[in-house]
Write a protein that binds this ligand. Structure first.
Ligand SMILES: [Zn+2]
Ligand SMILES: [Zn+2]
Length: 150
């Protein structure tokens, strides 16, 4: 069977196909570029999300650190055994931890007049009255109280 196309038509057809191919190639490059741009944008967003996640984790850790006693891992409360009590060193533990960790200070003459609390975080000493439950034995930490009330 003979083609009814003349060589001239064939050349024109070939040229058209070549042009089509070139167009397709150019389009492909454009799409590739676009994909690359989207990939970069996506990576940027992922980095942003990672940063925000880290900030959020930091905030949660801070929040946890302010709400929870380092001595017993219990949440502070605005009354009772879990009242946040500030030590002389600046650290804060719940009332129960401060009072249960305080030991009677026995002087060389056998007298005992104070209880000694050694901070579990920094080892500094806070002197407490013998009757720890006496008011003012260790100040309430009002900053934490106002924080946990929120
Ligand atoms: Zn505690
Ligand atoms: Zn301390």
């Amino acid at each position: 069977m003979q083609s009814n196309q003349t060589p001239r038509d064939e050349r024109a057809a070939k040229r058209a196909i070549t042009k089509d191919n070139a167009d397709t190639k150019a389009e492909l490059e454009r799409v590739k570029d676009e994909v690359q741009q989207l990939k970069l944008a996506c990576e940027g967003k992922n980095a942003e999300v990672a940063d925000l996640k880290q900030i959020l984790e930091g905030k949660e850790a801070t929040d946890q650190g302010l709400r929870v006693c380092r001595g017993c891992d219990n949440q502070f409360s605005s009354a009772g055994r879990r009242l946040p009590r500030a030590l002389n060193c600046g650290h804060t533990l719940c009332q129960s931890c401060v009072w249960s960790q305080a030991v009677i200070n026995v002087r060389s003459n056998g007298d005992h007049d104070k209880k000694v609390h050694t901070c579990i975080v920094c080892n500094r000493i806070t002197l407490l009255p013998l009757d720890c439950e006496e008011a003012g034995s260790a100040a309430k930490n009002y900053a934490i109280l106002s924080y946990i009330d929120n």
